[in-house]
Design a binder for this molecule. Structure first.
Ligand code: MN
Ligand code: MN
Length: 339
């Protein structure tokens, strides 16, 4: 080793602490996790919140509220996504520094875990969807942008009704399923159909909606996506096009319109996210999904969610780990250049 370099390293780093970085971005990141007494808080200690954010009793005064929606009355197969918010809250060590953005997304903004949507009854899907819509209408009226954790995918329909009431939204949707199915078993409300309902209600613009990662046993139900004008990227398309082309397509479909980002964790391969109600093999790798979300930086994102985490099917906790990282990526979108 070059002896001059060794001398410089000794002069600079002998006795230097863990938070002592010269690069301003790394310094800011270190400052974000250092307590005033120079210690680092225990990641596995204390009352868990989403991304370790401060807890707020109300969303009033916040710029961005992370909201849990522990409701899975809309599932068609295995239940359990009602336990998703708790599982994601218990994931430690996500952020606060974003490695490719090289910034702390929440810095300078009021971002907090604003608790869960209050529900009137644990037994009624329709009432629960009404409760969600009312909560998000109040949040939207207060100028707060929501970052949500489900719950099954039926919860995104009332969120779109609240956020898209004045102007139909564009949408980037990662999922194994298009979720544009019609009514069956006597219910038009279920996790397989929120985006058909949202289009028919005039709160979602299908011509500026892209669905990515579609595959599996339910493809016969997605005719509405094509007929309404949505861009559907099946898994085969994804592999043929490659990630950069898929990102470019998503950006082209959305343009500069207000856009909602929704991630069904079953869009990822069950190897990475087995903890979900309707797994479909052959999905996105974790790193592909994260890179896809990072590729959306600069879009005018008005809200985002991650849904369908059913932690009891995944003793490794990897599904919740991935969902928490997705939530953090979405926070970076909500605080990005287009925000
Ligand atoms: Mn799905
Ligand atoms: Mn879905």
């Amino acid at each position: 080793m070059d002896q001059d370099r060794l001398q410089r390293l000794r002069a600079r780093y002998t006795g230097s602490g863990a938070f002592d970085a010269d690069d301003p971005a790394l310094r800011a990141a270190a400052d974000a996790i250092r307590s005033p007494d120079g210690k680092r808080s225990l990641p596995y200690s204390g009352v868990p919140t989403f991304l370790g954010l401060p807890h707020a009793d109300t969303f009033a005064g916040l710029d961005i509220a992370v909201v849990g929606i522990p409701m899975d009355l809309g599932v068609s197969n295995r239940s359990g996504a009602r336990l998703g918010p708790r599982a994601v809250r218990c994931i430690e060590r996500i952020g606060p520094f974003h490695p490719t953005e090289r910034r702390v997304p929440a810095a300078g903004l009021k971002v907090a875990d604003a608790g869960d949507v209050p529900f009137r009854s644990r037994y009624s899907l329709q009432e629960s969807l009404e409760d969600i819509e009312q909560h998000y209408r109040a949040l939207h009226a207060a100028g707060v942008r929501p970052l949500s954790v489900g719950g099954d995918h039926s919860v995104t329909y009332p969120i779109l009704r609240a956020l898209g009431a004045k102007e139909p939204l564009a949408m980037v949707h990662i999922d194994a399923h298009c979720d544009t199915m019609g009514a069956y078993d006597g219910s038009k409300f279920h996790h397989g159909g929120p985006f058909r309902l949202a289009v028919l209600d005039g709160v979602l613009d299908p011509e500026h909606t892209i669905q990515i990662g579609i595959r599996g046993a339910s493809n016969m139900f997605w005719e509405f996506s094509h007929v309404s004008g949505m861009t559907v990227i099946y898994m085969e398309d994804f592999m043929r096009m490659g990630l950069p082309a898929v990102i470019a397509k998503a950006r082209e479909v959305v343009g500069d319109r207000p856009v909602y980002v929704t991630v069904d964790v079953d869009g990822f391969d069950p190897a990475y996210a087995p903890g979900t109600g309707t797994p479909e093999v052959g999905g996105l790798e974790a790193r592909e999904g994260l890179a896809l979300l990072r590729g959306l930086q600069g879009l005018n994102v008005v809200g985002a969610d991650v849904v369908e985490v059913a932690p009891q099917y995944d003793p490794t906790t990897n599904t919740a780990q991935l969902a928490a990282q997705v939530l953090f990526e979405e926070l970076a979108l909500l605080t990005g250049k287009g925000a």
